[in-house]
Design a protein. Structure first.
Length: 406
């Protein structure tokens, strides 16, 4: 059996660095796409020195005289004070308004007292020049890269581009992913079950995860255990897609035609990975598409998709800024069963205990066919390949679920 991490590194090294297909979209169309270029700011933000507070714009050196300053005007957002600030004077200023020429500091209005002669004094003075001033280019400088190539465009990044006056962006075309299930025992979700049949939850689960990734889903449904129809479906799918994903048919069995068909139309590796759940996994190239074969057990299919297919798809989609959820140290809140020989991804629930430490416990039974434990889980408990049983109080590693399944 092959360890997960080096196998995944080898797979990712086989993939192209970025997709070749790009197109230009307006910002309103670009949500969920991946930027195909570095995006450079055409302007400074702010585009002028402005006030961070409602108050008075002053010359810091004038405050040393400790005498009232004459208020000579006002500066509002969109309606600035147009003259140079005279000596020993102040300008009433609002948040976001342009700092008058000659002024270098803003004093909050709470510290100001205005008399009948329109002179202002301050009961608390700034500690340094430049207090409460937002400077030209302080947030973003003209010519600065604001989004790197390979960044997912979201409700956080797109408003930033809009604030820079950018109206359109070059993006990678979304990855086309063909999704198939294999097995005569499978029935689409919602139809009545006959004796010996089960619902096709794997394809449903994988589709839900694919919807969180920058891809377009081509659903080819359930393939019957018929070698001729099986081959036709695969050939059709790989002509239309960049990636073909199947569930089931990657282990040894009398009715598993996947291996024979794939070896006929592509170069595929069928592996036994040293992970639990999810030992059988297949990966390789068809004539026009990449192929990922998931195991048939529901938990195994989800774990292998999450741990292996997710990074494969993000790289193929050009999402170079994607990062796996950081793994954290935690304390085992109870004993955990573990056999030496495979890396375990147990479903667990972590929380902060009264001592401020992260503690975690497995949720439910950990069989690869038992999906219900996921509902009450918020992390994987990642137990090393050569580790055995875990005792309460020992240190373990957890991987909190990301948005793909959380």
């Amino acid at each position: 059996m092959l360890p997960l991490e080096p196998t995944l590194r080898n797979i990712l090294a086989m993939l192209p660095e970025y997709p070749h297909k790009t197109h230009t979209l307006s910002l309103s169309e670009a949500s969920g796409y991946i930027s195909a270029t570095d995006i450079i700011s055409p302007i400074n933000v702010p585009s002028f020195d402005n006030s961070a507070m409602d108050g008075y714009a002053v010359r810091y050196s004038d405050l040393k005289a400790n005498i009232p300053l004459r208020v000579v005007g006002k500066s509002f957002a969109g309606s600035p004070f147009s003259e140079v600030l005279p000596p020993l004077s102040a300008v009433r200023i609002m948040t976001g308004a342009m700092l008058p020429a000659g002024a270098d500091t803003v004093i909050m209005q709470e510290f100001a007292q205005l008399d009948e002669q329109n002179d202002v004094t301050f009961n608390q003075l700034p500690q340094k020049v430049g207090e409460n001033v937002r400077y030209l280019g302080e947030d973003v400088k003209k010519g600065e890269i604001v989004l790197n190539k390979g960044t997912k465009l979201t409700a956080l990044s797109l408003p930033l581009l809009a604030s820079l006056g950018i109206t359109e962006v070059e993006v990678f075309a979304k990855l086309k992913v063909a999704l198939l299930s294999t097995g005569d025992e499978l029935v689409p979700v919602g139809q009545p079950l006959k004796t010996g049949q089960i619902y096709d939850t794997n394809r449903f689960t994988v589709r839900l995860m694919l919807e969180k990734l920058p891809c377009e889903i081509l659903d080819f449904g359930i393939l019957a255990d018929n070698p001729v129809e099986f081959e036709k479906a695969f050939i059709n799918a790989q002509k239309q897609a960049d990636v073909v994903i199947t569930s089931g048919g990657v282990s040894v069995g009398e009715a598993d035609f996947t291996k024979d068909v794939l070896e006929k139309i592509g170069k595929i590796n069928f592996w036994k990975l040293a992970i639990k759940p999810g030992k059988p996994f297949a990966f390789g190239q068809l004539e026009n598409a990449w192929f990922c074969g998931l195991p048939g057990n529901p938990v195994s299919a989800l774990v292998t998709f999450y741990q292996i297919v997710q990074p494969i798809l993000t790289k193929l989609a050009g999402f170079s800024q994607w990062r796996a959820t950081p793994r954290l140290k935690a304390i085992a809140a109870c004993n955990m069963k573990k056999q030496v020989g495979r890396q375990d991804f147990q479903r667990g629930f972590y929380q902060i205990n009264q001592a401020g430490q992260i503690e975690v416990a497995p949720v439910g039974f950990q069989g690869s066919h038992l999906f219900s434990a996921f509902v009450k889980s918020n992390c994987f408990i990642v137990l090393e390949q050569e580790r055995g049983n875990v005792s309460e109080g020992e240190n373990v590693i957890i991987e909190p679920f990301n948005e793909l399944i959380s």
